[in-house]
Design a protein around this ligand. Sequence first.
Ligand SMILES: [Mg+2]
Length: 251
Amino acid sequence: MFLFSTDIDGTIYDGNQTAERFAAFWEGLQESPEKPFLCYNTGRSLEDTRKLIDTTPLPTPDYITCGVGTVIFDNARQSVLDGWSVELEAGWDFKTARETIQQAAHGVSMQPEECQNPYKCSWFWEEKTPGEIRSLEEALSASGIDAQVVYSSNRDLDILPAKANKGNALTWLLHRLDYRKDRVAVAGDSGNDVSLFLVPGVYGIVVSNAEKALSDAVANRNTHLAKRPCADGVIEGLSQWIDSGFQISPN
Ligand SMILES: [Mg+2]
């Protein structure tokens, strides 16, 4: 048995054809002795993710972590796991975070309402350098906010509570499920996926279309760098980890 925590967009989904190939592969695993758990881990909102699952061939997951690690949803029970939200409160204030970014980030524009949640303040800010991102972190810290800045796809700027990222949400979920961490695979394609690969002991899959920021950050982790893009790369990587029996010693 293993758990697979995967990003959606650009990783297992870039249209119905990739979703269909991933779904067929995942369905095949249900018949094997490996009866794996599926946990989506996406920047999308909960509502948006559920709509996507309902309207595409994507398989139904056991859990949905959404809003870049800010919300964890138990899909079987159809309920948000509130314990995680409580963990995110420390040092966080949405209003102060929003005002600080408005003042400190020149040319920034807020993402639509459905992209925000009480623990995720999201913006569009195009073509920024690491130095510019660092200066935002300093401004937030000066405002007394314990936040992190996640910059993805050269455009998406997420301001989140210090603890909120995809990897910490996965760690919290594994702990809650009392799950063996050496049987966990993760997959992603962009900067906001890095934290997934940093969860101790996980087996990573980086799809070939991934941003360089991700491949560079996880280069020396226990990670399969796929030769193929999107769902095909995920199928390639998962097959490899399953065939090896998750034998390679985790770091
Ligand atoms: Mg992605």
